[in-house]
Design a binder for this molecule. Sequence first.
Ligand SMILES: Cc1cc2nc3c(=O)[nH]c(=O)nc-3n(C[C@H](O)[C@H](O)[C@H](O)COP(=O)(O)OP(=O)(O)OC[C@H]3O[C@@H](n4cnc5c(N)ncnc54)[C@H](O)[C@@H]3O)c2cc1C
Length: 365
Amino acid sequence: PKYLPREDGTPGQSNGVACAAIEHKMGLKASATCQMNFDDSIGWIVGEPGKGMAAMFTMMNTERVSVGIQGLGVGEAAYQAAAWYAKDRIQGRALSGPKYPDQAADPIIVHPDVRRMLMTMRAYNEGCRALSAWVSRALDAEKHSPEPEVRQRASDFIALMTPVVKALFTDLAFDSANLAVQCYGGHGYIRESGVEQYARDARITMIYEGTNGVQALDLVGRKLGAHMGRYLRSFFHPVSAFIEENNVDGPMKPMIEALGKAFGALQLSTATVAQRALKDPEEAGAASADYLRLMGLVAMGYCFAKATKIAGLQLFFGSEDKRFYDAKIKTATFFFERILPQATASFLAIKAGKKSLMALEDDVF
Ligand SMILES: Cc1cc2nc3c(=O)[nH]c(=O)nc-3n(C[C@H](O)[C@H](O)[C@H](O)COP(=O)(O)OP(=O)(O)OC[C@H]3O[C@@H](n4cnc5c(N)ncnc54)[C@H](O)[C@@H]3O)c2cc1C
């Protein structure tokens, strides 16, 4: 407490708790952050001695998922701003000839490179949103399912996905905010446009509640091997069952094949990381960020494939939301063709191991 309580519980003398300074931050300006000093302060233990870390993690795990969602919110806001601007800003003509001949120039949304940026942001946000819905359902099931094995499976899945939600969502949110600045061109660098704030605000989500590097270590170091791989099975089983069930000729075949390939890379990477880490813990650290990204890509791919299946059925049965479902399939197709291939790069980086990371002597840096 700021003041030590008297016997009767009323505030007594000062307890040496003081705010040393309000920090000047890159973003997040509406939330004041300060350095607190506790000079010879008296504290009272909360809970039982020796159980502080466990108590702290109850809060921390909730916070990590929340920060992931915070990132996703910024990423979505950035996308919406960029999509609006790309339709509003006129500059140049489409490569294939004027698309809006009645205007002095075409809106920049006609340019493939601008669409690359918009589609990337859109796919990141939709993929993360779908994954967040899966995790949210598990959070409900963990608390409210009457079946103990459902509660256990949900709890395992949440434990596995917490570092993924935190790190993947916030990494991609910053990428989205950065792309939004690029979509705005010079105007994006000017404060008045508002998008530079998204980039500054998104940046903290990659740092607080444990940096994304620490999330990756949590995934590889604590979650992979937990209970002989039980957490992992809560994710691997539904993905492999879905691939098996849907690996048939039809419009989804290319997606299922791409998902199967990325999932295979994840399975192989899991075995590689587990084996190497037994002999050398630095190998786990060297693989961690790429492994987390690979798992995130597979999880998003699975969500997109499931969404595509539902959207296809909705269109087949003549849904009134034709534009929504059509856009879902087009966004998923973009994800599979232009984002999921990053899984191969992550896999190759994991396979390479720690050697080139650790080769340079410290004093050469
Ligand atoms: C705006 C803001 C608000 C905050 N709010 C709170 C709050 O309310 N409560 C609170 O308790 N804290 C708060 N923090 C602190 C925040 O949680 C930490 O800054 C953050 O967890 C990173 O810790 P650090 O700054 O000590 O970085 P460091 O631990 O020094 O990390 C520096 C770099 O080294 C890497 N690194 C460190 N150790 C390892 C390792 N073992 N293996 C691999 N990589 C490693 C990190 O990933 C990072 O890239 C806040 C920070 C900011 C900026």
